[in-house]
Design a protein around this ligand. Structure first.
Ligand code: F6R
Length: 270
C-alpha cells in the first residue's frame, strides 16, 4: 500500500518533499528528478529551492525529466511545459538547463500532423531516462479524473511515453492557464506512460482540495484499474501520497493513515 500522509496545507507537503529530495541530492549529487507541472507541486519546488539555498547544496549535476508536454505549442509559449518547468523548477533551484528534459523538446512545437516525429519522440524519451539510470524521485499531481502525467482514464498500465488525447474535463481544468479559453488548450499531449512512471524508484503524489477527494479515494482504496490511472501506484513498492484534509475527506481509512504516520520512526523518512 502507498503511504498516505495527511498534512495541514501545501506548504507542509512541500517541506516533506523538499527535505526528502534535498537529502537525496546530498547523498547522490547527480540525482534524477521526475518533474510535474500544474499547481500541486509549486509549494514543493519552492520548499526545495529554499533548502538548496539555505544549506548551499550543490545542484550542478542534478538531472530532471518532466512528465509531459502539449503537442503543437511552441517551446517559447508561456504555458508550454518546457517553459513552465524552466520557470518553476530550473530557475528557482538553479539547475543546469542542459540537464533538464521535457518530452516535447525534440518536437519543438511540431504540429499534430507530424506523425514521424511524434511517433519517435516517446520511445526516445524512455530510452533517455533509462540511459540516465532511471528516475530517483518522481513528483506527481493527479487530475480530477484520476490521471497521472496525462494518462487519461483507460490508459494502459504498461504504457511508455507516447501521444495521448486529452479528455475534455482536463482541457476545462487547464483552461485557467489559457485565459479561461478552452479553445486555446491543445487537444493532444505527449506523456510519460504509466509503465514509465512506475519505473521511478520513489513516487510522491500531491493532491489538495475537495476537487481531488474522489480521485484520491479511488487511487488509494479502489481497485487497480486503468480507469483510474493513479491507482497503478498501488503496484509500486515505494509510493507516498501527500494530501490535505479536503483531498483526504473521502478516505475510509484516513484515521489509520494519520495514526501510522504519527507513529513512524523518524529514521524511516518518506
Ligand atoms: C502535469 C501533469 C498533470 C497534473 C494534474 C494535476 O505535469 O502531469 O497530471 O499533475 O493535471 O494538475 P494540478 O496540480 O494543476 O491540479
Amino acid at each position: 500500500m502507498a503511504e498516505v500522509i495527511v498534512v495541514r496545507n501545501q506548504e507542509e507537503a512541500g517541506e516533506i518533499y523538499g527535505r526528502a529530495v534535498a537529502d537525496l541530492i546530498k547523498a547522490k549529487p547527480d540525482a534524477v528528478l521526475g518533474l510535474a507541472t500544474g499547481s500541486s507541486p509549486l509549494a514543493a519546488y519552492q520548499a526545495l529551492a529554499k533548502i538548496v539555498k539555505d544549506e548551499s547544496i550543490d545542484v550542478s549535476k542534478v538531472r530532471g525529466f518532466a512528465l509531459d508536454e502539449y503537442i503543437g505549442l511552441p517551446l517559447t509559449h508561456p504555458q508550454s511545459y518546457h517553459a513552465t518547468i524552466h520557470r518553476t523548477v530550473v530557475e528557482p533551484l538553479g539547475l543546469n538547463p542542459a540537464n533538464v528534459h521535457v518530452p516535447g523538446d525534440v518536437l519543438n512545437g511540431a504540429p499534430l500532423e507530424d506523425g514521424d516525429k511524434i511517433k519517435a519522440a516517446g520511445p526516445a524519451y524512455d530510452a533517455a531516462i533509462e540511459a540516465a539510470g532511471g528516475i530517483d524521485v518522481q513528483i506527481l499531481g493527479i487530475g480530477t479524473d484520476g490521471h497521472v502525467g496525462f494518462n487519461e482514464p483507460g490508459s494502459s498500465i504498461a504504457s511508455g511515453t507516447r501521444i495521448k488525447t486529452l479528455v475534455e474535463q482536463t482541457r476545462i481544468d487547464n483552461a485557467r492557464f489559457f485565459d479561461n479559453d478552452i479553445n486555446q488548450v491543445p487537444t493532444h499531449c505527449i506523456t510519460q506512460g504509466i509503465g514509465t512512471i512506475l519505473k521511478a524508484r520513489h513516487l510522491v503524489l500531491l493532491a489538495f482540495g475537495e476537487g481531488k477527494a474522489e480521485a484520491i479515494a479511488e487511487t488509494v482504496e479502489g481497485g487497480v484499474s486503468a480507469f483510474c490511472p493513479a491507482s497503478a501506484l498501488q503496484l509500486h513498492p515505494h509510493a507516498t501520497i501527500i494530501v490535505d484534509e479536503a483531498a483526504a475527506s473521502r478516505l475510509r481509512h484516513k484515521d489509520y493513515y494519520k495514526y501510522a504516520y504519527s507513529h513512524k520512526p523518524a529514521w524511516q523518512g518518506i
